[in-house]
Design a protein around this ligand. Structure first.
Ligand code: AMP
Ligand code: MG
Length: 279
């Protein structure tokens, strides 16, 4: 069973139809064990992805403030080999970034072949925060859905496996997390007045997320809605989705590696014979 909800193709999704508190009837301990096993598989798949140098993986994390983007990175990407997995965070654009088209800074961060790149926020901010706060006129942000689809198509055609996650939390859970950040001295660095202000735009964000997901869900770059009120379930759902997306390539990658291995061996043998080496 898939714990995250996959969306591809045209569909009129409503966020309220998805239960943010969903846990598939699992207990926390059980879910954590499953997650640990999935991550072990992921580590192996990452190694193959890197060795075989045929594809790259782009993971896009989006979600409202406190939805758990950082936590997902810590728990799911943390155990991966940092040699070939890295994170790019997209903040308020700099003057230089603003002086370019909105995809300029994003394109520069896409993964190298054989690598996994995690986007903490992404080009979707340009149809989310920008739309909700009217940072650009409607004509500008409304043309971006098409640009995004074309951009993601280009990446997919260039052998990038794209997975987009919307970490879906409820308004009550967000309130709890904001209050918790306020009372915990170690967590309050994460909080800003802006986060409480953003909460007033809850419905605007709902609409913006729904449009982004409805207009930019494709077979080559699907969106996944992740029930994220329970952090352990969120981690499980993201880990499972990543494993399931990479597993179908495993056989092909192994075959390719064996083929490359055979060729290398032949080269080495040829070298030895040519030089009369006996090692
Ligand atoms: P954080 O993820 O908490 O570090 O915050 C990053 C902030 O940058 C968030 O408030 C985002 O909405 C904002 N941000 C990211 N991308 C853009 C963008 N393209 N335009 C405006 N604000 C953005
Ligand atoms: Mg924040």
């Amino acid at each position: 069973m898939s714990y995250a909800h996959r969306l591809e193709g045209k569909r009129r999704l409503r966020l309220k139809d998805f239960d943010a508190g969903e846990d598939a009837g699992l207990k926390r301990g059980e879910a954590e064990e499953k997650t640990a096993r999935l991550i072990e598989e992921l580590v192996e798949l990452q190694e193959l992805l890197y060795a075989v140098q045929m594809q790259s993986v782009l993971v896009i994390l989006q979600g409202r403030d406190t939805s758990g983007k950082d936590g997902t990175i810590r728990h799911v990407a943390g155990p991966l080999n940092s040699q070939s997995c890295s994170v790019a965070s997209f903040k308020v654009p700099t003057d230089e970034e603003l002086a370019h088209d909105f995809l300029w800074r994003v394109h520069a961060q896409t993964p190298l072949t054989g690598n996994i790149k995690i986007f903490n926020r992404s080009h979707y901010e340009d149809v989310l925060v920008v739309r909700v706060h009217e940072l650009a006129p409607r004509e500008v942000w409304s043309s971006r859905y098409e640009h995004i689809n074309a951009f993601e198509r280009l990446l997919a055609d260039s052998s990038t496996i794209i997975l987009k996650f919307c970490l879906h939390i409820s308004k009550d859970e967000q309130k709890k997390r904001l209050l918790n950040r306020e009372t915990d001295p170690i967590k309050s660095w994460k909080l800003s007045v802006g986060d409480w202000k953003e909460r007033e735009y809850w419905d605007g964000y709902t609409k913006a997320y729904e449009d982004a997901i409805n207009r930019c869900s494709t077979k080559h770059a699907p969106w996944f809605i992740v029930p994220a009120d329970k952090k352990w379930f969120r981690n499980l759902a993201v880990a499972e989705t990543l494993r399931d997306a990479l597993m179908p390539y495993r056989e092909r990658w192994l075959e390719k590696l064996e083929e490359v291995g055979r060729e290398r061996k032949k080269e080495i043998e040829g070298y030895r014979q040519g030089h009369n080496h006996s090692v």
